[in-house]
Design a protein around this ligand. Structure first.
Ligand code: F6P
Length: 550
């Protein structure tokens, strides 16, 4: 099959690079770290521990040119309808545009509406925080319960956890996302209705999980305080005013956003209300400003100095040339422990696609990799074995603040030592000879050495990026999140897919709606014999057990 000039060049580069080891590149070039580090604001991005050199980089940059990346970035920022399957503009960047410049969709400037909703969020969050907006019985609202799922949950959940240090002392945040009744039961069991504000967060306001959870919470509140209390205890974040009103929330208590904001890109919009309530509006604005700084960097920095572009290109290098279809994000900060699950939706719902923008099925290259991760050092004691000695390398993003929000004793230095050691170990490895020499030094017999030396050796040459921020502030977090958003978009441009739709979540939803009445009635429609058997099995168990428990 004919390939483009940039792809042909990259295939050659891949062959040329096959036997080159990162260790040798470092030994030959002591400036490698300086050369392949980008400093931006309070962020240091060291990408020198990757399997590439200038030749590979030039070929990757040519690939970006070939896909008109510069123009495609402008298309996004300027409100062009780049979400083609939904015919929508993609303007999460407008939500953090403090430049005073207008951003138009279909000839209409969206900025006045964005500013209006931000002002409403500021006023409301301040009135809840200072106690002037009270619960129905006159008590201060201290419990914020966000009811949402996917993008209407993961962003606020991750950000509020990440910025816990900035929370008001008398405010607690809870998140109910899963349809599993346990999610509701566990939160409702901890809180006093008189002091609770429910935020029903749903872009479409049709999502079964969110509406079912919201209904349960509403019934719980009404049972305790009566119907009239709903106005003081429920607000909605949505694009769908009609459905909000039908649910029984006054649209005056609704914070609006728009269909040019994708669910997984929505934490910067009204969906961020729980964040503003927890950390205060000024800190929420600092988060937006951090994202805006990264937007400007992405839009204006030359590609060879552009953090999201370099991240994206290296990701493509591994995904499409090395055939490594997975990567790990490991924040070494307890507050960032939910970052990997947030990024899973951002990356995998955006780029887990197999249809091109020109409507052809993708058969000859891979798109979005699987992403996993967790907080270091915890995960060193779970899946790092595979990262170091598994049969295939896994590229890693390491993230750490140089200064902890909790500087206690030597904790942070130990944490720093670990992250730096892990990246070095993955890159350097340990040869069989080195392993044997270590065993010899420990006095092992030659027989024991023979038995152990292979197991104790490490191939190395395993790639990683290192991100160091000064401190986990709202601004720094905003930068980091926007950096990943733009990395994902850049990869989508090169893979020629629509990174902003999510048709792949629909089939399961449709089938669940079909199975639900069958579970209730016992009349099973046509399924495969496995699904039919399972429907009957759970129905029979429930008929016995639920009756017993009642
Ligand atoms: O999982 C599919 C999805 O549409 C996500 O893209 C979205 O973030 C989530 O469901 C929630 O949707 P909504 O905010 O409309 O309830």
């Amino acid at each position: 099959m004919a390939v483009s000039p940039a792809v042909a060049k990259l295939m050659d580069e891949y062959k040329r690079f096959a036997d080159i080891k990162m260790n040798d590149l470092f030994n030959k070039d002591h400036q490698r770290a300086d050369k392949y580090t980008i400093e931006f604001e309070n962020l240091t991005f060291d990408y020198s521990k990757n399997r590439f050199d200038d030749g590979v980089l030039q070929a990757l940059l040519a690939l970006a040119e070939e896909h008109h990346l510069k123009e495609r970035i402008e298309d996004m920022f300027s409100g062009k309808k780049i979400n083609v399957t939904e015919n929508r503009a993609v303007l999460h960047t407008a939500l953090r545009n403090f430049s005073g410049k207008s951003v138009c969709v279909d000839g209409n400037d969206v900025m006045p509406e964005i500013r209006r909703v931000l002002a409403k969020m500021k006023e409301f969050s301040e009135s809840v925080r200072n106690g002037s907006f009270k619960g129905y019985t006159g008590k201060k609202l201290k419990n914020i319960v966000n009811i949402g799922i996917g993008g209407s949950d993961l962003g606020p959940y991750m950000v509020t956890a990440a910025l816990k240090k900035y929370w008001a002392k008398d405010i607690n945040c809870y998140f109910i996302s899963n349809i599993d009744g346990t999610a509701c039961a566990e939160v409702l069991g901890q809180i006093n209705p008189e002091e609770t504000l429910f935020i029903v967060a749903s872009k479409t306001f049709t999502t079964i999980e969110t509406l079912t959870n919201a209904k349960t919470c509403r019934e719980w509140l009404v049972k305790a305080l009566g119907d009239k209390a709903v106005a003081n205890h429920f607000v909605a974040l949505s694009t769908n005013a009609k459905a909000v009103a039908e649910f029984g929330i006054d649209t005056n208590n609704m914070f609006e956003f728009w269909d040019f904001v994708g669910g997984r890109y929505s934490l910067w919009s009204a969906i961020g209300l729980s964040i503003a309530l927890a950390i205060g509006y000024d800190n929420f604005e600092a988060l937006l400003k951090g994202a805006e700084a990264m937007d400007n960097h992405f839009r204006t920095a030359p590609f060879e100095k552009n953090i999201p572009v370099i991240m994206a290109l290296l990701g493509i290098w591994y995904n499409d040339y090395y055939n490594i279809h997975r990567y790990a994000v490991i924040p070494y900060d307890q507050y960032l422990k939910f970052l990997p699950s947030y990024l899973q939706q951002l990356d995998m719902e955006s780029n887990g696609k197999s249809v091109r923008l020109d409507n052809r099925k993708i058969t000859d290259y891979a798109t979005g990799p699987a992403l996993f991760g967790g907080a270091g050092t915890d995960v060193q004691h779970s899946f790092f074995q595979l990262l170091h000695q598994g049969t295939e390398p896994v590229p890693v993003d390491f993230i750490i603040p140089a200064v902890s929000q909790n500087e206690i004793g030597k904790h942070h230095e130990i944490l720093l030592a670990n992250i730096l050691a892990q990246a070095e170990a993955l890159m350097k490895g340990k040869s069989i000879e080195e392993a044997a020499a270590e065993l010899r030094e420990k006095g092992k017999s030659e027989e024991e050495i023979e038995k152990l030396k292979l197991n104790k050796s490490f191939d190395g040459n395993r790639p990683s990026n290192m991100f160091i921020i000064d401190k986990l502030t709202p601004f720094a977090l905003g930068m980091l999140i926007a950096m990943y958003e733009h990395k994902v978009y850049t990869q989508g441009v090169i893979w020629e897919i629509d990174s902003f739709d999510q048709w792949g979540v629909e089939l399961g939803k449709q089938l669940a709606l079909k199975i639900l009445p069958e579970l209730e009635s016992g009349v099973s429609a046509k399924h495969d014999c496995s699904t039919e058997k399972l429907i009957n099995k759970v129905r029979n168990i429930r008929a016995k057990e639920v009756k017993k428990a009642a």
